[in-house]
Design a protein around this ligand. Structure first.
Ligand SMILES: *Cc1c(COP(=O)(O)O)cnc(C)c1O
Length: 356
């Protein structure tokens, strides 16, 4: 049976988008490959509200996250963590020998502008990483407030993980002053996993030029220079199949209208949050609850494993809690092409299973 996915990636992909994955290959050094990259970039710039260069990576988002800390940190990175994906960014830094400090918030709480100000005011850091939307806890960070503080430190490269939010909520890269905005295809963009996308600023490029050991596959400077010098191509062979599908899906996203798309996500989030409050509790601090997924606190101490198993029989997938939050929470994603009606169907089914 075909499953309806309410897990935070991979998400359901429309049939017509899936079909684009099977378009016959073209040469990755052909003129057509350059045109394809340029078309994608032009549309991604609209979705990211940026004039910065767009780069594609044939890897999931983790690749670009690792590439960002490694390629652009000269001195020391300040990694702000509000959950599992922030913790992972810290590991990416240290395991690459990049000096870094981690600033953690209690799970369920955001990174505050004050925390960022305190850290950056020491002058120790030349790069900072922020998780926009933490997929383990369901917290969406107050990025406007954080960005306002980061602007006080023009020497710092601002990296933002928007893997589980870009395409589902408005992120204005240029206005926020984000130097590296990173996302993946398999979450709010509604594509199969296997490609990731970032915007890169002049400041990030200049920083990378001063870093000696940037690695090879995720050397962001090498990627950038190839785009500039080889007419929008890549050092190695990109997943052209993803590029065909992405080019097409971005047309669909722009056709829906960005404001409409963001509104649809907000409405789904509001509905799921109300349901969660009525029947369980929210794990995230209410004020910072995510628009793209909800982490429900298992305040009724049900067996989450039993619930997810039963839901599978009905054709639905949701996620148990992440890591230590397993059984203590469960997660319902409301992202990409999912509709409010589909969310209602899922929650009605959960009500039926749990008899609530
Ligand atoms: C999924 C996710 C990642 C990891 O992305 P991959 O594409 O799986 O490598 C990183 N950060 C956040 C917030 C995520 O949700």
């Amino acid at each position: 049976m075909k499953k309806k996915l309410f897990i935070p990636g991979p998400v359901n992909v429309s049939e017509d988008v899936l079909k684009k994955m099977s378009i016959p290959m073209i040469g990755h050094r052909s003129k057509d490959a350059s045109i394809l990259q340029k078309n994608i970039s032009q549309k991604m710039m609209q979705l990211m509200y940026t004039k910065n260069q767009i780069m594609l990576s044939t890897s999931s988002g983790s690749g670009l996250m690792e590439g960002a800390v490694r390629s652009c940190t000269q001195k020391r990175a300040a990694v702000f963590s509000i959950g599992a994906f922030g913790d992972r960014w810290y590991k990416m830094a240290t395991s690459n020998g990049v000096p870094a400090d981690k600033f953690s918030s209690e799970w369920g709480s955001p990174t505050t502008a004050k925390m960022v100000d305190t850290a950056l005011s020491t002058g120790k850091y030349d790069l900072i990483t922020i998780t926009h939307n933490e997929t383990s806890t369901g917290v969406m960070n107050p990025v406007d407030e954080i960005a306002a503080v980061v602007k006080k430190y023009p020497e710092v490269v601002f990296c933002l993980d928007t893997v589980s939010s870009l395409g589902g909520t408005k992120i204005e890269v240029d206005q926020l002053g984000v130097d590296l905005c990173i996302t993946s295809t398999q979450k709010c963009l509604g594509l199969p996993p296997g490609m990731s996308i970032c915007s890169i600023s002049e400041k990030a490029i200049a920083a990378a030029k001063k870093v000696e050991n940037r690695g090879l596959y995720f050397d962001l400077l090498a990627m950038y220079e190839c785009i500039i010098k080889k007419d929008h191509q890549y050092p190695s062979t990109p997943s052209l199949s993803h590029m065909f599908a992405l080019d097409y899906q971005l047309d669909k996203i722009l056709e829906e209208g960005l404001e409409n798309r963001f509104m649809r996500h907000k409405e789904m989030a509001k509905y799921v949050r109300n349901w969660a409050r009525e029947n369980f509790d929210l794990f995230a601090n209410e004020k910072y609850a995510s628009n793209t997924l909800t982490t429900v606190k298992n305040s009724k101490f049900i067996s989450v494993a039993d619930l997810t198993e039963k839901l599978e029989e009905y054709g639905y997938s949701i996620s148990n809690g992440y890591g230590n939050l397993k059984e203590k929470t469960f997660r319902i994603a409301h992202m990409a092409e999912t509709t409010l009606d589909e969310v209602k169907e899922l929650l009605d089914t959960i009500d039926e299973i749990l008899n609530i």
